[in-house]
Design a binder for this molecule. Structure first.
Ligand SMILES: NC(=O)c1ccc[n+]([C@@H]2O[C@H](COP(=O)([O-])OP(=O)(O)OC[C@H]3O[C@@H](n4cnc5c(N)ncnc54)[C@H](OP(=O)(O)O)[C@@H]3O)[C@@H](O)[C@H]2O)c1
Length: 297
């Protein structure tokens, strides 16, 4: 039975077993071997968070579209450039597929001969269902879909994990352990992923756009760019931290800073009048709808 909580570590335990935390103490990922096929804007942060979780540099192999690109990414991420995709895959316990969605099924089909038995495949591709990837890979391959966002590279991100039918409890625990330093890590269904993309996957990008727009206005109001950057970023981080730490409802926190007849109340009236709330909702809905469309849902 694949019960992650009952695995007994032994001297010759596998990396999957070793990653299962004992009743006390952190999971040991020092033996886990990971191949990242496509360490770009998203595969890179995924590799970085796995290093932070305890995967050794020599066990984290990067295979990009060229040797030069693999070496560049490996240097930047504190990982190892594979000399070929086959080398990266040969001993992998975990294979991360970080290529673009339109490439992933062809790549999965190419892996039919190369995927080691017992390896778990993590797909980062938006809009490509578990069943499609499972069908392209060898029969009964263990596949997890992960929907991360880029702030995982600083331990402040979010990852939604969708578990394929052949994934054992120990493999599922291993994948959770690999994302243990990413931020918030949750199991979600494929039906929930569209909302998750709106609220986390794509939201990081919207956050950057909002910060950029607010910084530009702060500069227009007369602040130096350095000061504007620091004030906007620190204030938004502080607002989020206040809510996270207090559990306060955001509407209550907002009411707390809107003094009668004051500056914030005036600014907030413009926020509603100018349709910022509706614009934010439309932005998130567009991302979720695009995800549904890509998945054919
Ligand atoms: N960006 C996000 O915020 C985000 C969020 C959630 C999920 N995702 C998902 O993450 C995946 C990657 O997106 P991205 O934005 O990271 O794309 P990206 O920056 O273009 O990265 C793609 C990577 O794939 C590599 N690659 C391309 N063809 C390859 C091949 N034949 N063999 C090996 N490696 C190959 C590229 O290598 P070279 O650099 O050498 O070309 C690059 O490192 C997508 O499936 C996307 O849906 C992205």
């Amino acid at each position: 039975m694949d019960d992650a909580t009952t695995t007994t570590p032994t001297a010759d335990r596998t990396a999957v077993e070793a990653a299962v935390p004992a009743a006390t103490g952190a999971p040991d990922l020092s033996a886990a071997r990971v191949a990242v096929i496509g360490a770009g804007n998203m595969g890179g942060p995924v590799a970085r968070t796995m290093r932070a979780a305890g995967v050794q540099a020599e066990h984290l192999l990067i295979a990009n579209s060229s040797q030069a690109s693999s070496e560049r990414a490996a240097d930047e991420l504190g990982a190892t450039a594979a000399s070929s995709r086959a080398e990266a895959l040969a001993t992998a316990d975990v294979v991360v597929l970080g290529v673009k969605p339109y490439q992933i099924l062809d790549l999965a089909a190419d892996l039919r001969e190369e995927l080691p038995a017992g390896a778990v495949v993590i797909s980062l591709a938006a809009g490509i269902r578990l069943a499609q990837i499972e069908q392209a890979l060898p029969e009964a391959a263990a596949v997890v879909r992960a929907m991360p966002n880029t702030p995982i590279s600083v331990g402040e991100g979010a990852v939604g994990l969708m578990r394929g039918s052949a994934v054992t409890d120990a493999q599922h625990q291993l994948v959770h352990s690999l994302f243990a330093r990413a931020g918030v890590v949750v199991d979600i269904t494929e039906e929930q992923v569209h909302a998750f993309i709106a609220a986390a996957g794509s939201l990081a990008g919207f956050g950057f756009a909002i910060i950029e727009a607010m910084t530009e206005e702060a500069v227009r109001q007369g602040l130096t760019r350095d000061l504007a950057d620091a004030l906007v970023q620190q204030t938004l981080r502080g607002a989020a931290t206040m809510l996270l730490e207090s559990g306060m409802h955001p509407a209550v926190a907002k009411a707390g800073v809107c003094s009668p007849g004051g500056t914030t109340a005036e600014g907030y009236a413009a926020f509603e009048r100018e349709g910022v709330r509706a614009g934010l909702a439309a932005t998130m809905a567009a991302a979720a709808d695009k995800s549904r469309q890509m998945a054919g849902d």
